[in-house]
Design a protein around this ligand. Structure first.
Ligand SMILES: Nc1ncnc2c1ncn2[C@@H]1O[C@H](COP(=O)(O)OP(=O)(O)O)[C@@H](O)[C@H]1O
Ligand SMILES: [Mg+2]
Length: 334
């Protein structure tokens, strides 16, 4: 478990002060894939770098399980960091060293014997499917292959936590998918906790269990991914969902511009398959105008959203709303 307690980070440059992270508190469960999404400059990298003290928090505490990371001296911090692997957008491999040597690097720091290192590196090469690239240099690899090397290096010492700072942002969609699958496999097999920093909603949708949305150094919304898609609360959450490819732009609808009642329906799993809208039209004396809609396939389920204008007598509309609620559709009157 990771616990972030009232963490702030202020960068001081001469006279200017910049508060990149503002009083963030957060708990991340063991084995969870936790996303932190936000636009560029939101403070995501600063926050994740505080988690292993690559950046020293100005205020607040970081706990890994029950160990307070923020109180450790250099040597204890070095030991604690063995439990935290990290990958980056631009891979950060050692260009002058082969794939083998890159993966062996953290094992050499641990002063393992030659045989032990050889066995572990070969095992990792197999795991990330790069056996045939063992003696290649990073410049001879594709982006996806480089990230696989970086992942193998990050998990070489069997960490309990893996941090990814935009680990798929430099990759094309297909490669992104394969890297996300690898990360998921690592979580499932080793019960590692993964913190994924990203500005891509695709990443959140694909593998995260929960997500926090960051804006201006603060967390403005935190939820399970399912509930975020069902019922996003902030404007920035709406716009991240809209940014997904294939989603019809879900405008922020101003009910004042419509004469009917505006409702937003969210449905998941089985309720997505029922002909709910046609039932409403047939059973109640109202007209229905579809304003926008989308369906998102998450890793565990599908979530559909539909914004409708209902036109008719109040009583009929209220009965229709009751009917919808009974069909286990989430209804929000806008
Ligand atoms: N070392 C630094 N010195 C001064 N300002 C910094 C430093 N690192 C980040 N910042 C500033 O902190 C803010 C948050 O940056 P960052 O954490 O990199 O955001 P994100 O990863 O969400 O794009 C930005 O305004 C950035 O310019
Ligand atoms: Mg960043």
């Amino acid at each position: 478990m990771i616990k972030i307690a009232n963490v702030s980070k202020v960068f001081e440059n001469g006279k200017t002060k910049l508060e990149a992270v503002k009083d963030i508190s957060l708990k991340i469960n063991k084995g969870e894939i936790f996303g932190i999404i936000g636009l560029s400059g939101a403070g995501k990298s600063t926050l994740i770098r505080c988690l292993n003290r690559l950046e020293e928090p100005t205020e607040g505490k970081i706990f890994i399980n029950d160990l307070e990371l923020t109180s450790l001296n250099k040597e204890d911090l070095r030991l604690a960091r063995k439990n935290i692997g990290m990958i980056f957008q631009h891979f950060n491999l050692l260009d002058q060293k082969t794939v083998y040597e890159n993966i062996a690097f953290p094992l050499r720091l641990e002063k393992l014997g030659k045989k032990q290192i050889d066995a572990r590196v070969n095992q990792l090469l197999e795991y990330v499917d790069l056996k045939d690239k063992k003696n290649n240099y990073p410049s001879q690899l594709s982006g996806g292959q480089k990230q696989r090397v970086a992942i193998a290096r990050a998990i070489a010492n069997n960490p309990k936590i893996l941090l990814s700072d935009e680990g798929t942002s430099a990759l094309d969609p297909k490669t992104t998918k394969s890297i996300l699958e690898l990360l998921k496999k690592i979580r499932d097999e080793f019960n590692i906790t993964i913190v994924m920093i990203t500005h891509q909603m695709e990443v959140v949708k694909e593998i995260c269990d929960r997500v926090a949305i960051m804006e201006n150094g603060q967390i403005v919304e935190i939820n399970t991914v399912e509930n975020l898609f069902k019922n996003p609360k902030t404007k920035v959450a709406h716009s991240f969902i809209n940014s997904l490819q294939g989603n019809v732009e879900e405008e922020i609808i101003n009910p004042k511009n419509y004469k009917g009642k505006i409702i937003r329906l969210s449905f998941m799993g089985d309720s997505a398959k029922k002909p709910i809208v046609s039932k409403v039209i047939r059973n109640f004396n109202i007209d229905v105008n579809i304003l926008s809609g989308n369906i998102n396939k998450l890793h565990a389920s599908s979530i559909g959203n539909l914004t409708l204008e209902l036109i008719g007598e109040d009583d009929e509309i209220n009965n229709a709303l009751l009917f919808l609620k009974n069909e286990s559709v989430h209804v929000e009157v806008i």
